[in-house]
Structure formats: C-alpha cells, structure tokens
Design a binder for this molecule. Sequence first.
Ligand code: ATP
Length: 312
Amino acid sequence: MPASPIATSVAAVAVIGSLNMDLRVQTPRLPAPGETLIGTGFSTDSGGKGANQAVAAARMGAAVAMLGRVGRDAHGAALTQALQADGIDTSAVGQDTDAPTGTAIIVLMPSGENSIIVIPGANHRYTPAEVAASASAIRQAKVAVAQLECPLDTVRAALALAHGAGVCTVLNAAPAQPLDDALLAAVDWLVVNEIEAEMLTGLPTDTPAQIEAAAHTLRQRGPSQVVVTLGSAGLLHVGPDGALALPAPRVTAVDTTGAGDTFVGALAAGLAEGLPIPAALTRAQVAAALAVTRLGTQSAMPTRAEVEAFTP
Ligand code: ATP
C-alpha cells in the first residue's frame, strides 16, 4: 500500500464524515437466531464511509483533509494513524471522551456479498459546531464530500458551508435515509446506488428506464449531477447534458465492501483535479473495480498507478 499521495497533485478534497473500525468476519452463511457458527476468518480494517472515501481520494493523488470524530481509544488512534499513513490531514478529526470510536461488524459470505452492523459511537457526536470550527479546511478545498453516517444536521452544515463558499459538493447519500430539498439544494453531485435512489424518490429502479427516471427526479430536487451506481453493471450519470450509461470494467469480485466508497473518493479526486466528467467517472469506476478484486476496504483501494496501469 502507498505511504503518501502522488507529489505532483495539488487537488484538494475535504471529506466530512465517519471513521469506523471494521471488524470483518468470514463465514459460510449467517447464523440462525440462537445458533453458534464456526467462522472461517477474522480481520480488522480501518473503515467508515468518510475515512474510506478520504483514502480512495488520497490514493488517486489528491491532497485530502478528513473532518470527523473518533473516541479516545485504541481504535480511534489506529484509524487516525491509518489516514496519516496515506498522507491525509487529520487535524480536524476530533476525539470524544465519552463515546467509543465507531465500529462496523462486517459479515462476509463466500459469494462476496456482505451484511454489516454499524455502531456509530463518536460519529454521532460530530456536531455542526465542530464543522464550523474547521470551516477553513472546507473553504480551501476544491471539492467537499459528505455521506450520511454522521448526524444529518452536521452534514447539512458542512454542505451549506461548502456550497456557500463555491466549493463543489459531493453527497454520497448512504446509508439510505430521507433527505429534504433544502439539504439537496446545497449538493452539486449526488451519488447513490439503486436502493438509495429508490428510497429517496419513492420510484422503482428495476429497469434502466426506471433508473433514469429516478435520476431525473433527483436532479429536479437540486443536484446538477446525479450518479446512480449499479454494482457490476456500472453506473448511470445524469447531468445538464443528459444521461450517460457507463459499464463497469469486468473483474472477478472477491469482496465488494467499499466499492461505493472507492468510487466516490476517486470521483472527488478526479473532479478536484479538473478531469472532464466522463474521464473522472471512468477512472473512479476502474478504481472501484480494482478494489472489489481484493479482500478488505481501505486496504483494498488501489493507487493511482494501479488504476492507470489497468487494462480491462
Ligand atoms: P458498497 O455499499 O458495497 O460499497 P454501493 O452499493 O454503494 O457499494 P455499487 O453500485 O455496488 O455501490 O458499486 C459502486 C461502483 O463500483 C459501481 O458503479 C462500479 O463501477 C464498481 N463496482 C461495484 N461492484 C463491481 C463489480 N463486481 N465489478 C466491477 N465494478 C464494480
């Protein structure tokens, strides 16, 4: 894994979001209630949608600042150090003396699919006031990225601050939850998967036509650019110039955990760099495709060199 971002890049991405310690369990199947099952593996990995996206952006060569909150405990220290090892500025990662660092228990099946339980801990104690205290890190960025694992008022404050300062805002509306139009009005890029698109619009997303209709509906609520990610089927992008469907590179998936986070972080880096939209989307898809070929979350995210060397 890389120790630092690519020195030639001056792109600036501020990620406002969660940091979790991932506890990864491999099992042949999920246990029934009351059943004890012998699993096949265990590992820990730095995670949280915010931290994951920060790492994905940093591995693409962006200069990244992470804004969020951990507990004053061993997991919090390890997560912060992991970000620093990728060259990420963690000066706006606060420590909570009462709540533990966020934890995610990831249960991974042989098919590559996963089931996840998240205990938010300190992430849910990250407040709008703390965002305001780190306002300069957001204002200086070219792109501000948020997700929905921190309190909605905190996300709202961060997006409003960035949008008001003319910083390009990216919201990955995951995990799915209802969002009001005032929040969406501060979003330039909305990235959702099919389930999140369905939840936000109340529209079905079973066919390509339905997915496009949902994306148009989301655009009408504020974001100028909407991306619906479709797993191994790629994505649909809808922007002012219309719709663009991009297939995903064909790879053998072993662990899809963090595919969406890799995509969002790499997309943010591409936008901060000023890449044309189709190029930014395509590079983010290659990054996500490479990530699903390996076990792990942050540890599975590719470097820029790996993405550039990828041939489908
Ligand atoms: P997760 O919650 O598992 O992180 P997600 O549901 O947010 O993922 P997906 O739509 O599954 O997001 O994946 C995001 C992007 O990652 C896709 O648009 C695609 O480019 C890439 N991707 C995901 N799975 C695969 C795969 N099996 N093969 C190739 N690319 C993939």
